[in-house]
Design a protein around this ligand. Structure first.
Ligand SMILES: [Ca+2]
Length: 289
């Protein structure tokens, strides 16, 4: 990870981040220095500037209970963090790790996947999909183990945003849970999809994750990940693959095109999409006023 974040339990300080505490705050504060240090039960500032005799805290000063770090982006949003960026989170039972938080006016979304410029190779094996890869500010896969820790056994909304090369975009949203590695990170659909698009996860309610070296897909005579590209919750190969190869122009050959990023029920099986983003948020929010 690029940002200077100390190991869990260490004393975070501005100096560790190469910042001086007497430096006036820049007009736009770098979000990577929003670090909190717990003094039970509140968050206290580890990194702050003094402006006109007042401490300007760069960390969320609000109460977050007994936790040292927020469990995910929505908790950080509830603590008052309103701008998007990279933050340190620590779900229960997990080591801390960094995520990109997409903060909207209604809540915080933890981004788990993004394709935007093809700068990262998504044709990776099981361990890479388990642990994550890429750049949180660009193209990345957060990692199945981290996603599982974020979701735990709870119900989450998954929001998928898709963009084609003509400036059109679409969204798909559904409630899901995600099993651990013993279930091959099985994605469980817990409700109907919302949005304009038909389901391209297939008619399946449960789908394990597959990579080239771990075939858990539902097509007995084919390894979908090898036949296509990347790792995904493949059913019978043809419904969707947002972790396929990134193509800047549409390849002429169909066998190449099918390796691309696609969502069959929108642009079809052979249209490599321009960008995708996948983000999650606790589903219980829906019930709140
Ligand atoms: Ca198979």
């Amino acid at each position: 990870m690029k940002q200077g974040v100390a190991s869990p339990g260490a004393i975070h300080s501005c100096n560790e981040l190469g910042l001086s505490e007497s430096t006036p705050p820049p007009p736009t504060l770098p979000q990577s220095v929003y670090l909190g240090k717990r003094v039970t039960p509140a968050w206290h500032c580890a990194c702050w500037w003094q402006v006109a005799q007042q401490d300007v805290c760069l960390g969320p000063p609000q109460l977050l209970g007994e936790r040292e770090l927020p469990e995910g982006c929505h908790q950080l949003f509830l603590a008052g963090q309103q701008s998007s960026g990279i933050f340190q989170v620590q779900p229960t039972g997990s080591q801390p790790f960094q995520v990109y938080c997409d903060m909207t006016t209604e809540g915080g979304w933890t981004v788990i996947q993004r394709r935007m410029d093809g700068s990262v190779d998504f044709d990776q094996l099981w361990d890479a999909y388990k642990n994550g890869f890429g750049d949180l500010r660009g193209d990345f896969w957060l990692g199945l183990e981290k996603i599982h820790h974020l979701v735990q056994e709870g119900k989450y909304n998954l929001l998928i945003e898709l963009e084609d090369w003509e400036g059109n975009s679409q969204v798909v949203q559904f409630v899901f849970s995600l099993g651990g590695e013993s279930t091959a990170y099985t994605l469980n659909l817990l409700g109907p999809l919302s949005g304009e698009l038909e389901n391209a996860i297939g008619e399946f309610r449960q789908l394990p994750f597959s990579t080239r070296d771990r075939d858990h897909d539902l097509k007995a005579d084919t390894n979908c990940a090898k036949h296509l590209s990347g790792g995904w919750w493949f059913s019978t190969c043809g419904h969707a693959n947002l972790n396929g190869k990134y193509f800047r122009s549409i390849p002429r050959q169909r066998h190449e095109r099918k390796q691309g990023i696609f969502w069959k029920t929108w642009k079809g099986r052979y249209y490599p999409l321009k960008s995708t983003i996948m983000k999650i948020q606790p589903a219980a929010l829906e019930a709140e006023p």
